[in-house]
Design a protein around this ligand. Sequence first.
Ligand code: ADP
Length: 690
Amino acid sequence: MIDRRKATQLGTGRNWGIWPVLGLILAAVLVPTACVLWFMTAAMGNERLAVREKLTQAYTSRLIEAQQQIDQFWDRRADELSMLPGEGPGEVFARLAGSDLADSFVVLDEKGRIAYPNAGAVVPAEPATTSAPSSSPATAPAAELADLLAEAAEEEFSRSSPEQAAELYARVADRASDHHVAARALIAQARCLVKARKRDKAIGLLAEALEQPRFRHVLDAQGRLVIASARLMALELMGRDDPRFAPAVKRLVDQLNDYRDLSMPAGQRMFLMTRLAELAPDTRWPTLQAELRGREMSRGLSDFKDPPTVTRLISGYGGPQRPEARIEYLRSSLLSSDRRVWGLYAGQRVIDELETLLNRAPAGADASCRIINSVVARPELGKPLLRAEASRKHMSDWYVAIFLSGPDPFGAAAEKQNAAYLWTGIMAIAFIAVMAVILASYLGRQMRLTRLKNDLIATVSHELKTPLASMRVLVDTVREGRCTDPKQASEYFDLIARENERLSRLIDNFLTFSRMERDKRAFDFAAVDVGEVVRSATGSVRERFASPQSQLSVEVQPDLPGIQADRDAIETVILNLLDNAWKYSGDSKAVAVRASAADGSVLIEVSDNGLGMSRRAVRRVFDRFYQVDQTLSRKAGGCGLGLAIVKFILDAHGGTIDVESQPGQGSTFTVRLPAATKEDYRRGTEAQRQ
Ligand code: ADP
């Protein structure tokens, strides 16, 4: 029966009533917190943007300035690369090669074709007599010379008789009217003399016979200037110790360094220079570097066939593609203002020259300008702050970029600002949280009090109404003289007295509870004889157990130790427990009160054979206003405060209370109070007597 009964409490919505308020408080915390967080994030983002904006503004002018510097630099360079009036192509090259205006140069003619480095010999116009057939009687017809040459070649290569061959070549040279044939025959003769180990004779031939003015512009079958080859050959044969060596070297060096004369192809000039630099290491070659670089660099660039149109830096790349693109494969060329000279540049040189130019200003301390080609990206530099085309006029496939170097002052400012935002945010959130906790506890307390008040008022009014109403009916009956039988009148008075007693108990409980709520219950501690209190309490309820089915047994252990307690409060405890035992038992009641001592405590047990309680109910019976079955409690005249008061009193006395109960099996409430030591007890009783 009891199991099916629903455990309820007085007052409505006691458990869930707090949740909406908690929800509101939570919202009151979460919404401002979210706002603060949002504000912080937005502020920090804005700060970063603002710093970026500031930096961009600060460095944009620097970037524009850099572009102007680059434009001016190439304008000036284009002017400097121009030809001087009256200068020949070779002379321009030689002059510029010593100027360091570029790594190398290509000189053009008026029509935009390459004039230097010249692929073939450029022979100045000479009087027709030089190449006209000689009037010498020794001249022979071409066919005869061809036969002689064939014979000489056979002697030289097939029969391996160089002396014979040398003689035959000498005859050809002697008789040939064509300077080319004669010169080539002389060279062949010298070669054969060398083979025949007639070195001196060969040197004489090369140094004298071939030095004749008529051979000055003679070219060999490969288009090379014969006299220059002959001079090198003579030097190679002489050796350094030969007294003729030094003048011969000088003669050839002068010839090679003379850029007015382009009768020698540039390739041959470069070859001879290189070879001569090996033979005579002391010689100076101011143009050799430019010659060598020119040959190497023009490979990566355009072939300069089309006539040039604009004076801009044209870049060419001939290495591996991204991402391994390497700067050493990048070449650039700049056309001079007069469109006659291409200056050739290695990519690295372009970068170095411009970066030196741009970072010379003292303003470059916190940031540096870098030059980047669109093909060779230079990822090692990282992310630039700003980037723009290096120059609209001259360098369309290059960028100039600004990189911040060292600690970025604006970034540090932004960090500081952000830290300030962060701390303000954290403080604001902490403040909101603390306020919320204070508010929640205050509201919780207020709500609990309000609910208690409501419950109390509801209970008081309800509980007082019933006994008052029944008393009024009984009093009215007697007063109006409707009750004539004195026995019945006496029964009525008994009933009124019982109702009165119930009323007093209720009011006592309410008052105790009210005091308890205000924590103003002042207990009057004194030495208490538990046996006496038990007997007094049971004595005052004995009348209720007067019916034959009711039984109240009291058992007090002799020599029970005393306790330090408020006597009336302990009596209230026992009375409340006895009242419950009576109320929640059936018609046949068997209630036992036992007082005993154990382990330094005094135990007071109140057991009944009543309805008992479920485990769940046992856990909650000490809660205020808790009633297992409200209807039954109301009928029995309870308000759910009795056990809460018992618990409160015992807590104040350092005691405990346990319940053992099973539905339908009755209940046993065990109160445990600390026993007073004999000394305490003696002092307590003496104090009472005084
Ligand atoms: P009440 O004034 O309603 O009796 P109490 O605080 O004294 O309030 O008890 C709380 C509830 O515990 C009671 O409503 C009742 O349901 C249950 N209870 C208390 N004592 C007993 C008991 N001896 N046997 C069965 N149930 C009990």
